[in-house]
Design a binder for this molecule. Structure first.
Ligand code: COD
Ligand code: ZN
Ligand code: ZN
Length: 370
């Protein structure tokens, strides 16, 4: 058993509390990882707000981490102590029907299919003050040491800077993959990106890399516009500057609507606005933002009947164990620069300050260091 620090969420609506926790050794098929760095994603904030009722408290959140294998359980062959790794919040078991389908990255062991609040054997490896603490998405990267199933960890290049490539565990890969894999943006096309957080800006980078000629970035916080332009947005607009709905503004700007629209906020109203913003026949709208649990959307079916495609993406469509090492290799070859998303770096003791920066719209990504 290792004693170490972790940021524990004891109850909904309470700040995180940095505690000493006990982390049990990995059982068969599990890996214990020393987390070196972890980003703060808006989904972690959703957990603290209680937006996902299937998350059990107390819990150690965090899902955008990178670290080094400390020890492995019986039967583990793909990683060994000392390997640099990224724990995967979307596992790849390699055996389920979706893992076997080359078109899909939706592993049936992911949280949308089964709760990941305890490890697959239904027990937790974390305790604190005599209480069992729940895992989050099996990765709980706000803990200095965490235990994950082998199929939820990917070995990466030993040269990778962990305080940078941690963003590839969620934010960057989700947004970049939404453009490249899910929408399959074509050269010369027109794109609209709703929401310019770390994930939305990564969509902008993906659209640019795919050769889009117009990228319209939309956010109510104009402080996000400078970075969006730096990353490839050709226009930046705020819905607050218009009396008419934003989908009408975008339709007027483009003639018949954009070729690809992306919702990267997680709100029902902006999801339907994004759908109506892509052109009525060949337009593709990709839902990236996670809506609050129980959200329901009503929309005019004519929007889809005329030919539009409405689709969603989990982690940008990447098969995580196969693709994360390749994305890290591309990062090292400087094929993209995800570092520009990192606006703040803080020690884990200041985790709540990191969340304050996110709530105030002042940060894109805060990286926490142990
Ligand atoms: N109109 C326009 N922009 C808005 C509006 C609005 N009504 N409301 C908020 N915004 C802007 C905010 O000003 C902000 O700039 C942006 O939307 C959201 O950014 P962040 O930094 O708060 O959020 P991100 O980028 O960290 O998170 C993005 C999601 C909200 C999509 C988040 O849920 C996510 O990470 N989804 C990933 C989907 C996924 O596969 N998840 C699995 C693990 S996370
Ligand atoms: Zn995330
Ligand atoms: Zn699977």
């Amino acid at each position: 058993v290792i004693r170490c620090r972790a940021a524990v969420a004891w109850a909904v609506g309470k700040p995180l509390s940095v505690e000493e926790v006990e982390v049990a050794p990995p059982k068969a098929g599990e890996v214990r990882v020393k987390i070196v760095a972890t980003g703060i994603c808006h989904t972690d904030e959703h957990i603290l707000e209680g937006s996902f009722p299937d998350v059990d408290f107390p819990v150690i959140p965090g899902h955008e981490g990178a670290g080094i294998v400390e020890s492995v359980g019986e039967g583990v062959t793909s990683v060994k102590p000392g390997d640099k790794v990224i724990p995967l919040c979307l596992p790849q078991c390699g055996e389920c029907s979706f893992c076997l389908n080359p078109e899909s990255n939706y592993c049936l062991k992911c949280h949308v299919s089964e709760p990941q609040t305890v490890l697959p054997d239904k027990t937790s490896r974390f305790t604190c003050k005599g209480k069992q603490i729940h895992h989050f998405l099996w990765v709980s990267t706000f803990a200095e040491y965490t235990v994950v199933p082998e199929y939820a960890v990917a070995k990466i290049d030993a040269a990778a800077p962990l305080d940078k490539v941690c963003l590839l565990a969620c934010g960057f890969s989700t947004g970049y993959g939404a453009a490249i894999n899910t929408a399959k943006v074509k050269p010369g096309s027109t794109c609209a990106v709703f929401g310019l957080g770390g994930v939305g800006l990564s969509v902008v980078m993906g659209c640019k890399a795919a050769g889009a000629s117009r990228i319209i970035a939309i956010d109510i916080n104009k402080d996000k516009f400078a970075k969006a332009k730096e990353l490839g947005a050709t226009h930046c607009i705020s819905p607050h500057d218009f009396k008419k709905p934003i989908q009408e503004v975008l339709t007027e700007m483009t003639g018949h609507g954009v070729d690809y629209s992306f919702e990267v906020i997680g709100r029902a109203d902006t999801m339907t606005a994004a759908l109506a913003s892509c052109n009525m026949n060949t337009g593709v709208c990709v839902m990236v933002g996670v809506p609050a649990s129980g959200s329901v959307i009503s929309f005019d079916p004519m929007l889809v009947l005329s030919g539009r495609t409405w689709k969603g993406t989990l982690l940008g469509g990447w098969k995580m164990r196969d693709c994360i090492p390749k994305l890290v290799a591309s990062y090292l070859e400087k094929k993209f620069n995800s570092d520009v998303l990192i606006t703040h770096t803080l020690p884990i003791a200041k985790v709540n300050e990191g969340f304050e920066l996110l709530r105030a719209g002042k940060s894109i990504r805060t990286v926490l260091l142990f």
